[in-house]
Design a protein around this ligand. Structure first.
Ligand SMILES: CC(C)(COP(=O)(O)OP(=O)(O)OC[C@H]1O[C@@H](n2cnc3c(N)ncnc32)[C@H](O)[C@@H]1O)[C@@H](O)C(=O)NCCC(=O)NCCS
Ligand SMILES: Nc1ncnc2c1ncn2[C@@H]1O[C@H](COP(=O)(O)OP(=O)(O)OP(=O)(O)O)[C@@H](O)[C@H]1O
Length: 218
């Protein structure tokens, strides 16, 4: 039986699962929700980094599999090297994910089940930023899903510029995620980030107000 975290916590608590394709604008939205609405933000990418900190069992497993060449001289994870490995091999990506995702899920569950975030009087809305919300089957952790989208051309341009990637590298990362058209099918809310950040923020304002007014229902 699937355990639904939202059922374990107060029914009035809204948990927004914020996702979208890589580099489509999740961070822009989460920063806005944090600064404009003071919402608590829990971020899967941050938890995934914690899972491979020096001396963690996660990092040790990765070194056991790929050798010490996956470490930088200061013994921290060489993220660029691990990225080359997992974004060019679906099998290795799945292996790394099964190593890291259980930790990420645990961190979300811990955060939302304990004070202060389990008190809807203080925090009626919590945001979980989860790039792989659908792929990693974490939708049971949230009460609504917000999917940020833009065109594929914009995605590639933003990704290449931000992360200094070649076109092939950008494609490899995009192709390792569920197609955005499929994510849209599962969305409670679609946020179109193909224009300016301000246009995106207006949509966020509208959906926070609408959903709050409707009592957090879809
Ligand atoms: C491969 C790693 C070391 C690359 O690190 P890097 O600093 O370059 O990227 P960062 O972690 O900031 O991720 C940037 C974006 O890449 C995408 N991404 C990351 N991991 C994955 C993955 N396994 N599959 C598809 N896309 C991914 C996400 O959109 C994410 O927001 C890192 O992404 C990683 O450890 N990935 C495996 C863990 C994971 O699945 N994380 C996703 C959150 S649960
Ligand atoms: N509307 C926009 N116009 C121009 N640039 C944008 C816009 N939205 C986002 N960007 C830029 O695109 C890049 C990706 O945006 P952002 O980091 O918010 O995406 P993300 O979904 O959080 O990425 P990731 O999946 O890697 O975590 C950033 O460099 C950001 O500044």
């Amino acid at each position: 039986m699937t355990t639904n975290l939202a059922d374990q916590t107060s029914s009035s608590l809204r948990i927004i699962g914020l996702t979208g394709g890589i580099a489509m604008g999740k961070t822009l939205v989460s920063e806005y929700l944090s600064t404009q609405y003071k919402l608590p933000i829990l971020d899967a990418d941050i938890y995934a980094r914690e899972a491979v900190l020096p001396d963690s069992s996660g990092l040790q497993s990765i070194v056991d599999r790929y050798g010490s060449g996956v470490l930088l001289p200061d013994r921290t994870l060489n993220r660029q090297r691990l990225g080359e490995i997992i974004f060019s091999s679906p099998a290795e990506r799945l292996w790394v994910e099964q190593c890291i995702h259980p930790y990420v899920r645990d961190r979300f569950v811990q955060a939302i089940s304990h004070p202060p975030l389990n008190d809807p009087q203080h925090y009626p809305i919590v945001v979980m930023v989860v790039p792989l919300l659908f792929e990693a089957r974490m939708t049971d952790l949230v009460t609504e899903t917000w999917v940020v989208i833009c065109s594929e051309d914009q995605q590639i341009e933003r990704l290449m510029n931000r992360d200094r990637l070649t076109l092939d590298q950008a494609h490899a990362r995009i192709n390792s995620q569920m197609e955005i058209t499929k994510k849209k099918v599962h969305a409670t809310v679609i946020l179109d980030n193909s224009s300016t950040p301000e246009a995106l923020y207006h949509q966020v304002d509208r959906h926070i107000a609408q959903q709050t007014h409707a009592g957090g229902q879809n």
